[in-house]
Design a protein around this ligand. Sequence first.
Ligand SMILES: Nc1ncnc2c1ncn2[C@@H]1O[C@H](COP(=O)(O)OP(=O)(O)O)[C@@H](O)[C@H]1O
Ligand SMILES: [Mg+2]
Length: 507
Amino acid sequence: MEFDLDKTIIDLSKTDSKLCWTVRDSVEGVQIFGGIGSGKTSGSGRFIALKFLRNNYGGLVLTAKHDEKELWTEYCRLTNRLHDLVIVEPGGKECFNFLEYESSHIGVNSSLTVNLVQVLKTVIRAGQDAGDSSKDDKFWQTALDMLLANTIDLCLIAYGRVTVKMLYDIAQSAPKRGITGAGIQTLPKEDPDNPTAFKKAFDVAMDNIQNQVKSWRSRIPSHEYQAIKTDDEFTRLASEALPDVRRMDFIVNFFNDTYKNLADKTRSIIDFNLLGFLYNLLREPTYSLFCRYASTFVPEDSLTGKIILLNLPVKDYHKMGKDCQVMFKYIWQRAMERRRVGENGRPVFLWADEAQNFLHEHDADYQATARSSRIATVYISQNLPNYFANMGGTNANYRVKSFLGTLGTKIFHANADIETNQYASDLIGKAYAVDTSKSAAMASEFSSSRTQKYSLEQMVRPEELVALRTGGPMNKFIVEGYIHLQGNQEKDEFNHRKISFSQTVIP
Ligand SMILES: Nc1ncnc2c1ncn2[C@@H]1O[C@H](COP(=O)(O)OP(=O)(O)O)[C@@H](O)[C@H]1O
Ligand SMILES: [Mg+2]
């Protein structure tokens, strides 16, 4: 199938022949703002969604409310795309095993451990409260990375595989300060009749390492073996020959030293966030959806036109719904980034109403390359403070605005939020306008040509965004908004338009 990047999606040619919003514009990202009931969902959102579906985009839909499944089912019905809709939901037939998927997508510069650390820490960090001061604490981040990497490596060395249950049990029973002395043999000191998951994994891993070393030793030609003078040299050679030996060395040092000696506060933050997340994954319905069974679909299905909808709305499933959707979103984004656009140019969309729920720390990076991987991101949210609250932390204002800068198109519907309206007004910018008040006052004294005074004024004043039409019968089902295209001056001298969407016409 051929996909034309210059195909028009929003046709504004009736008002201005030069302004058409195309597939190319769509993959530069869209942000829709508007107050509750301003027509985000039923106005611009609906219009764009139907257009994407009609143009055979594949996609991923994240959900905040339970009615979004019905909404998208209706959109797919209207555009004859029902056969492409993959609904992932509790009690449904679809599931995605993220560990199995990550095991089978190991790139040149990665390993299962690297992949899993990236995915898990991104989700865990996205799930932390914006106000949590440890969120920006580099020390804490490093400790979390190391705990994840060492726990995963320990699983792999001991059992040759990783499950969420193993990670949870091991991380949960990792030795605490004061329990053990120094040295491998004394770690961990505990009830020998009832070893913890950590102790079991640790012993199996140690046996495994010893077997590897024995077998390696037996393969060394005797004259080379004779030449080894010290234990240290033997250990060094073994760890050069056997990657697991080196990894085990890190594991021992980490659990015996670094982790055990972390301050209680740091450790409890890690326990709370990591164990909390793993615990949620082990509970239903997420366990069956993301851990238990073999995958029935993969993110790459979007590239063949599937529309994957995660029906775990945040309003109903809270943190669990949010974490799982952020996790799938991030895995999906990584998959889309690996695509070869030359072989398959199908655009895909990433759709999130109440988008502030689904942001993570790498979003800005993915947005920067979304155009080349043809991902049309559509984020819908009421206002800037929503983003501040979720992206928060230090420099929230700068972070949010620079992130919004990576989305090429903004649509502003009616809004009572002063900050968002001011942002819209500033973004649209200023233009020289005839200053009518002055020319009127001076009209009697000077000729009109001399009274033409120009002043630089906001093209759209913040208060103009308060009174836009919001659909429904009172407005004859018309939703109004301002659309702003970033860096589009060459196409058109103005970078914005006031546009309206019908809630009833099917585009
Ligand atoms: N399909 C529809 N037909 C007519 N009116 C609608 C429809 N859907 C929503 N509305 C009304 O239009 C207004 C905008 O709704 P909506 O798009 O849901 O706003 P938002 O998503 O910005 O909160 C509301 O007053 C709502 O009651
Ligand atoms: Mg809505």
